[in-house]
Write a protein that binds this ligand. Structure first.
Ligand code: C5P
Length: 223
């Protein structure tokens, strides 16, 4: 089967994850949620003693990252990306406040990005997938068949996110989004940006069904 890749990039709360999920199910494509790998590595680093010494040697750090990645089992399907560690799914833990506060910093490390990218490219070889993240179209899968970039204004993104995180108020969510946006777009390697030839969709004033419909229209044309 010919490899087929659709990328959806955009800032947190732009709707890319929920939209990618709906499209993956509708079109029966495997869904690769790239943020999960950065969140997983952040969780493992937070639990380990390497945090303090991470910049002392890139080689030691790389070994650790490789080791962490070799310890997870991944299931990708149209339902999404499930990370299994020590025999149980850990996706809920990946959305903790501690992880969210640290993940942008960890994901700006070149070694982390290189290893995650290698891992993801191997994972989807020969598959038909939708992938979502920050640099899927610009950096990881520049050969993608179709690229989207979703945006929405900060207020709207914060409102959407606040619904998902019961333990945090709107202002706290907004602050976290702003900090992550800034770090993700200003980092030297693979910053969040509109990939070349991507279709940009502002979802601020669109409801969920309208966004899905719009993307589906473009996908059907490319199939
Ligand atoms: O998409 P999600 O909110 O799960 O991503 C969590 C974090 O992982 C982002 O804020 C970003 O710092 C990092 N990330 C990234 N590149 C990607 C996907 C996520 O740097 N392709």
């Amino acid at each position: 089967m010919r490899e087929f890749i659709i990328t959806i990039d955009g800032p947190a709360g732009s709707g890319k994850t929920t939209v990618a999920k709906a499209l993956a199910k509708k079109l029966n494509l495997d869904l690769l949620e790239s943020g999960a790998f950065y969140r997983y590595l952040t969780l493992r680093l937070l639990q380990s003693d390497i945090m303090d010494s991470q910049f002392s040697s890139d080689e030691i750090f790389r070994k650790k990252i490789e080791e962490f990645l070799s310890e997870i089992e991944i299931k990708i399907s149209p339902e999404g990306t499930v990370l299994i560690y020590q025999g149980r799914p850990i996706n809920n833990e990946l959305r903790s406040k501690e992880v969210e506060e640290k993940v942008s910093e960890i994901s700006s490390h070149p070694v982390v990005r290189e290893e995650v990218n290698k891992f993801m490219r191997r994972l989807i070889e020969g598959k038909r997938v939708i992938t979502e993240g920050r640099d899927m179209g610009s950096c990881v899968f520049p050969q993608a068949d179709l690229k989207f970039f979703l945006t929405a204004d900060l207020e709207e993104r914060a409102r959407r996110r606040a619904k998902d995180v019961i333990d945090r108020g709107l202002e706290e969510v907004k602050k976290n989004l702003l900090e992550r946006d800034k770090r993700d777009s200003e980092r030297e390697i693979a910053p969040l940006k509109v990939p070349e030839s991507a279709i940009v969709i502002d979802t601020t004033n669109l409801n969920f069904d309208q966004v899905v419909e719009r993307l589906e229209m473009f996908i059907k044309r490319a199939y």
